[in-house]
Write a protein that binds this ligand. Sequence first.
Ligand SMILES: [Zn+2]
Length: 479
Amino acid sequence: MTALRHMTHVLILSYILIMFINPVLGITVSHGRDGAFTSTNYNLDTSTALKDVSKLGDGTISQVSQLSGSGVNEISYQTSAKGNSVNSAIKSSGVLSAATSTTASGEVAFLSQDVAGSGDLAAVVQGKSDSTSTEQMNAVLNGHTSTSLNAFAGKDISTSGQSTTIFGDAGATSSSANSAENNMAVEGGFSGSGDLNTKLTTIAAERSGIYGTNSFNGQEVVNNKVLRGIASGELSVSADGIYEDREGDLGTYGVTATNILKPSQNKAVFATAGWRWANNVPIQYKLSTNLIGSSTGANAKLWAREISKGANEWDRNTAKNVFKGTDTSNTPGSTNVITFTSYVPEVGEYQGGTGNGKNNYMEVTKDLTDPTIAVTWTWYYTDVYVTGADGKRYKKAAESDVYFNGNMYWRVAPSQSTATNSKFDVRTIATHEVGHTLGLADLYGSGDKSKTMYGYNNGQVDWYLSYADKLGLWSLYGR
Ligand SMILES: [Zn+2]
């Protein structure tokens, strides 16, 4: 039995398909196993030589394909792993050589491709996951192309890249990234002989980004500075030019870079409470060990760690260090957001905070009653103001104290969950409460349920800021 199983395994791992085909007119090759799938479609000119080697393993497929020829050729590749897919397509009329490799393994699919040719040629690669997609395209009319392309897709992330040089009568490249928050794209093209050089990488995850350069006739038109500019808001930029080509004729070129926020995100609302902390004040809390055990005990350390993670979720979404410590440090101590105290503050008691980030207290207390899960008391100066990143005046915060209801049942949840639970997740509630400390107010609308600042919780676990929460944070402290 054991031997048989072993042999089956070896057979799967060593199944290799090799094709040497010349000439070919239309062939489709598909393989699939354990969530990994690949399909290739060739429509080749009789002059085109092809070598395609595919290897199949447990949940893994890899493929290497090389072809060269001339005439009219059309080739497409699709590779996916657990629904995350990469694909590419080439259409050419003229001299063509292409080397492609694809891999699908686990939840990840990857493709890289080098294409060179002359005549008319278009090449495109795409990466797609559930919530993201990216694409790179280039095309030339009566010219030459040399391009290196890649595409990657994993769980909720996809990337793609191209390094392309085009010379010809007309040409274009485009790069785009789509995510739940925004779409970014860079498109460039020319008419009248010229050359276009594109080196762009696109990344789509929670948010979309594009990095790199786009140059026309040696002149850099789009670079990281331009791309950072449009990414900082809902902005687009367009550069259009006219030039004299090598034959003395007039040509035109244009490059457009756009960033579009998704409509649902665009309407994202938040509410500020009226205060914020002064600039350069990292906030620190003293966590009372009353009711959660001694400062050296596991339970108190767990509370401190989970609260730190909540504070760090805000910190990592702004360049400003609003809470003391670094994003990766979730341990209590004088250099981090949480220190311990044996002092037992009374609910609503002013502890002498002066807005310097100190004398902020946290406590688990039985002095709160249902249905209050937790409450944050923030003290601020009546007539001292700090200007927010949005240009508005906010009252200067002096002290902020957070109280967790010790009559409720608390837990440290293992993962995000929309399910209700009779116990409250420490990190979820802490993330919400420290949002109050920063100066954000509760939201109670039916469209606010996925937001950290939503004012109700039934034991659900939500550790991450929504885009609206980030907009609120950025309005006070900047990005
Ligand atoms: Zn609240």
